[in-house]
Design a protein around this ligand. Structure first.
Ligand SMILES: Nc1ncnc2c1ncn2[C@@H]1O[C@H](COP(=O)(O)OP(=O)(O)OP(=O)(O)O)[C@@H](O)[C@H]1O
Ligand SMILES: [Mg+2]
Length: 299
């Protein structure tokens, strides 16, 4: 059974999309079969991995985007998978093993315009279709916006694990706290739709520090986050094994540049591989993070 994981925080701009895309790439490079879902109507992950020209074609009429499983409801998730999504300029496959189900801007209509069957909420419709392709993957990852509204709910409901990217600032701590509160409410609301086969509802398994500048001491924000995490663990609102991950992702210009190039950092080349202090680089950070997620398991 695939491990199903969402990356989410109620704070925007902490690096959810950068982390999930680069970690997905690192997992694929380690030989894992990975499927990434973009559940953020901003479409950042989709535009990044498809580049504008390929994404524009999908955005023009919405065919091939995730919202088409809801409206008009003819498409099925399995038909939306773009195999080995990362391509070079000539259409050559650059990263076998990383598949994408993209979104376009029409996903925003799921929030208001969509009137589904209340007995079959949107997240259940999505989950049942996902089950048909789950066996093809080792990891299924969901990039979510900074909320648990309907689009996010699809990823959260389908997941059994949740990772929370954070920056070393007070707002990340507030975002994490709000997330855990909203998550608790959503799990209550959706509990009657869960079956034993779905596994446990997602709880926070880990916090991941992102975009850490060289020489910046993060001990104080780390300690505050650890205290909050301990409280949540005691209250059973976070997984018993939840932890702050040892791996941190450094702040590196190439992470921003990779988006413009339409490539995960691991494929950007010499600039990304340039060694920083200690002979290490940001590609290694993502590789280590992928390794730590593999190790951490879904328990
Ligand atoms: N390690 C890093 N080093 C440098 N820049 C980074 C790093 N991680 C993320 N960024 C940059 O920070 C910005 C926000 O990152 P990203 O889009 O991944 O955040 P997000 O949490 O997904 O945002 P949103 O809440 O809008 O979905 C982007 O410009 C991204 O390129
Ligand atoms: Mg994002």
């Amino acid at each position: 059974m695939a491990r199903k994981i969402c990356f989410i925080n109620y704070k925007g701009g902490v690096g959810k999309t950068s982390l999930i895309v680069n970690t997905a790439a690192a997992l694929a490079k380690l030989g894992k079969r990975v499927l990434l879902f973009d559940f953020d109507t901003q479409s950042n992950a989709s535009i990044w991995l498809l580049r504008l020209d390929r994404w524009n074609k999908i955005n023009a009429n919405g065919d091939g985007a995730i919202y088409s499983i809801f409206e008009p409801g003819r498409a099925k998730v399995k038909e939306l998978v773009i195999k080995d999504v990362v391509e070079g300029k000539a259409g050559e496959k650059l990263l076998p093993g990383l598949d994408l189900v993209p979104t376009t801007f029409n996903l925003v209509d799921l929030e208001n315009e969509y009137n589904g069957d209340p007995k079959r909420p949107h997240y259940l419709v999505f989950y049942e279709q996902l089950a048909a392709i789950e066996a093809n993957y080792d990891f299924i990852l969901f990039d979510c916006p900074p909320n648990i509204l309907r689009a996010s709910q699809c990823g959260v409901f389908a997941s059994n694990e949740m990772y929370v990217p954070v920056n070393p600032d007070a707002l990340s701590l507030i975002g994490f706290t709000l997330l855990v509160e909203k998550l608790f409410k959503f799990h209550q609301l959706s509990a009657s739709f869960r079956t034993a086969a779905m596994g446990a509802p997602a709880q926070v398994q880990g916090l991941i520090f992102n975009s850490i500048k060289a020489g910046v001491d993060i001990e104080v924000p780390k300690m505050r986050l650890q205290l909050r995490l301990n409280q949540f663990r005691t209250a059973k609102r976070a997984a018993p094994t939840a932890k702050i991950f040892d791996t941190q992702i450094r702040d590196a210009m190439v992470v921003r540049r990779a988006v413009a190039l339409g490539l995960p950092v691991a494929l950007v080349g010499s600039e990304a591989a340039e060694a920083g202090p200690g002979g290490d680089n940001v590609i290694n950070d993502y590789r280590k993070l992928a390794g730590e997620i593999i190790q951490h398991g879904g328990n």
